[in-house]
Design a protein around this ligand. Structure first.
Ligand SMILES: [Fe+2]
Length: 348
């Protein structure tokens, strides 16, 4: 009996010891599983990141779209004058002067950033310009590298009824380096290269293609009484703009072209009915439910593209059809050109 008890105690002690030896093995197993899960998650996230990067750089940048918008503007400032002129008219007596509409179909192109490898983009542009437009407007960053100049004469398949007009952007004027695009974001001095380019070859390439480049200049289309002003990058002094606007005939429809959205309130005060801009690329990278991360301009994030208002002026900010090839990634922000059906109310 005693022997049995001693044997039982020995067995108990041995089991206890064994338990103690086995217990520490639990931790490495758990750590190993956690490490495995971590590696799995890291690999998954890396793969998803790579897939998103591939999609953003190789696929979405080529998903060109043609979008349509309707815009209404009106010649408000002439109302009292016209009402007085039409005093005998029954409609005027009722306090509502006669009204007619000027309808225009305008194609807005922007930020083409043409380098030497843009056959697909130019093919898209030639496809959409093979239509009946009253006007085509191009709001800067037309050429990225000199090799892109060859495309200038091929952009328009058909001449728009009232012509095509263009302004230049910062990428027309500067050959940016990677330093400008990285450190330049925080150090203002490095934002642009020291040397501004001569854009004469750019202007020649556009003229060959049927565009009229406007460098702080205006044109008046007398038959339709349309006054177009092209504001050069990076902007224009208020007095200079006022001098130009003073030349606009009474009751003219006033259209503005610019690249960088800057001092939009000043442009509104100058009396534009509709003005077209670019530069933002719509943010280029947009997050679902959040929108554009940046606009690279005075605009708020929700104003990164589309129609916005300042005073009684309507602005259309284009997402553009390209970007600097060195940073051309687009997410949830496909490149676009826009057809604007403008209905401008006039009091006659
Ligand atoms: Fe641009």
């Amino acid at each position: 009996m005693q022997g049995k008890i001693i044997w039982y105690l020995i067995m108990l002690l041995w089991k206890q010891k064994r338990k103690k030896k086995v217990a520490p093995k639990v931790k490495p197993a758990l750590n190993g599983r956690l490490l495995g899960l971590g590696l799995f998650a890291f690999s998954g996230l890396s793969l998803a990141g790579l897939a998103l990067f591939y999609y953003g750089t190789k696929i979405e940048t080529r998903r060109y779209r043609l979008e349509n918008l309707e815009v209404e503007t009106e010649q408000e400032s002439l109302m009292p004058l016209i009402a007085a002129v039409n005093a005998d008219d029954a409609t005027a007596k009722a306090g509502r002067p006669l009204r007619r509409y000027q309808n225009l179909k305008i194609l807005h192109l922007s930020d083409l950033h043409l380098s030497g490898q843009d056959d697909h983009k130019v093919e898209f542009i030639r496809g959409i310009t093979d239509d009946d437009y009253d006007l085509v407007v191009l709001t800067g960053d037309v050429f990225e590298f000199e090799h892109g100049l060859k495309y200038g004469e091929h952009l328009l398949s058909r001449k728009p009824r009232l012509g095509a007009y263009a302004v230049f952007g910062n990428h027309d004027y500067y050959d940016y380096s990677i330093l400008n695009k990285t450190l330049g974001r925080v150090v203002r001095k490095l934002r642009h290269p020291a040397q501004k380019k001569d854009v004469t070859p750019h202007a020649q390439a556009l003229v060959k293609g049927g565009f009229v480049p406007l460098v702080n200049e205006s044109v008046h289309l007398a038959d339709e009484n349309i006054f177009i002003v092209g504001i050069d990058y990076p902007g224009i002094a208020p007095e200079h703009l006022q001098t130009i606007m003073d030349r606009a005939p009474a009751a003219a429809l006033k259209l503005g072209l610019f690249h960088l959205p800057k001092k939009l309130d000043m442009l509104a005060q100058a009396g534009f009915h509709l003005a077209f801009g670019g530069h933002t690329h719509g943010g280029q990278v947009r997050l679902p439910g959040f929108g554009a991360l940046v606009t690279d301009s005075e605009l708020e994030r929700h104003e990164a593209s589309g129609l916005i208002k300042r005073g009684s002026t309507t602005f259309h900010i284009s997402r553009g059809l390209g970007a600097d090839p060195r940073s051309n990634i687009r997410l949830f922000c496909p490149p676009a050109a826009t057809v604007i059906e403008l209905r401008h109310g006039l009091y006659v």
